[in-house]
Design a protein around this ligand. Structure first.
Ligand code: ADP
Ligand code: MG
Length: 321
């Protein structure tokens, strides 16, 4: 049976060559160089088996999602991610599982040039906790609290895909065979919007990543900024696979407005920056859509066919029965 140290050496020591890592895995702590005139941005997210992912989820998907949701927080802050640590609680030392997990983890890490610099390995029910670090030039972090009246509300990508895949997995609907790969990837392999996040440093007044659902997450911007938001349902971007598979109209609004797990960005852009922002976004081929506007007041309103729709529930919240 491999020891804890064998596991770390075999599966997690992966020198990836960032020159700001003075000392990585193997000592009591990592030593890391902080660039001048920058601020450290740090976030942690934990995934618990059976709570945040079904027990039968593949190790590849678990690893990808555990890192991706953390990188998504960096994107939402406009930060460039650099390093992460991994606290891994394992029920056993299944080496096939560990190999698949670490390969998938390092594939995503490499894609975004983030290096694993330490962690902790313990025995117990499967749980993955990742702390990610990144940098922003001083004063440039994107926050939730600076949206102003008349700013435009945007989202990236398409919404509802991950929630639709989850609904199908839970048996609430059926997916067409040809859409399964795309929709399940949207749930299991979220792509952090890091390029967009960096670009938003110069344009967005507020930003959040959509993890709990559009209404719920946009409400965080509205509440923190002490403003209201009005969005138009018809302007929310939906994927073709999503539209093809929504046979039950009753699912449409909840999945798009309150479905979580998309890890797209929702952000506000001052009106005077809108045209320059859209021009740049087009040049870079990044997909975003303007879905509404910031108003005076409180809360989030959504219009459909020019009528305000009643929002039931604001998204997925832990500890709410
Ligand atoms: P300590 O007893 O000093 O806390 P550990 O035995 O927990 O050290 O870990 C030894 C080294 O391996 C440390 O550098 C730690 O950061 C690293 N490490 C432990 N578990 C992991 C892991 N799952 N992923 C990456 N690095 C890890
Ligand atoms: Mg330790």
């Amino acid at each position: 049976m491999p020891s804890e140290f064998d596991i770390i050496r075999q599966y997690f020591v992966h020198d990836h060559g960032r020159d700001d890592v003075v000392l990585g895995i193997g000592d009591d702590a990592a030593v890391l160089s902080v660039p001048k005139a920058h601020q450290l941005v740090q976030s942690v997210d934990t995934l618990v088996a059976g709570v945040h992912f079904p027990l039968e989820t593949s190790p590849q998907d678990i690893a990808h999602k555990a890192l991706a949701v953390n990188l998504s927080d960096m994107a939402a802050m406009g930060a460039e991610p650099t390093w992460f640590t991994l606290a891994l609680t394992l029920p056993d030392d299944n080496e096939d599982w560990l190999k698949a997990f670490s390969e998938s983890l390092f594939a995503l890490a490499k894609k975004h040039n983030v290096q694993l610099v330490g962690g902790d390995t313990t025995n117990g029910p499967l749980c993955i906790s990742i702390t990610v670090n990144g940098f922003v030039p001083e004063g440039k972090a994107l926050t939730r609290n600076k949206a102003k009246v008349s700013d435009k509300v945007y989202v990236s990508g398409t919404l509802g895909d991950a929630a639709l895949a989850l609904a199908a997995w839970q048996g609430d609907c059926l997916l067409r065979e040809e859409s399964k790969t795309y929709l399940n990837e949207r749930l299991n392999r979220p792509q952090p919007q890091l390029e967009l996040g960096l670009l938003l440093r110069n344009y967005a007044s507020a930003c959040i990543d959509i993890s709990d659902g559009l209404i719920s997450d946009l409400k965080h911007i509205a509440d923190s900024s002490d403003v209201a938001a009005r969005i138009t349902f018809e302007n929310i971007p939906l994927s073709n696979d999503f539209k093809l598979n929504i046979t039950d109209e009753a699912l449409l609004l909840p999945l798009v407005l309150a479905g979580g797990d998309d890890y797209e960005l929702c952000f506000t852009v001052p009106e005077e920056k809108q045209s320059e922002f859209e021009k740049l976004i087009n040049e870079k081929n990044i997909s975003v859509a303007c879905i509404g506007e910031i108003e005076a007041g409180q809360g989030v309103r959504c219009l459909l066919n020019d009528k305000e729709i009643e929002i039931q529930g604001s998204g997925y919240e832990h500890f709410v029965d």
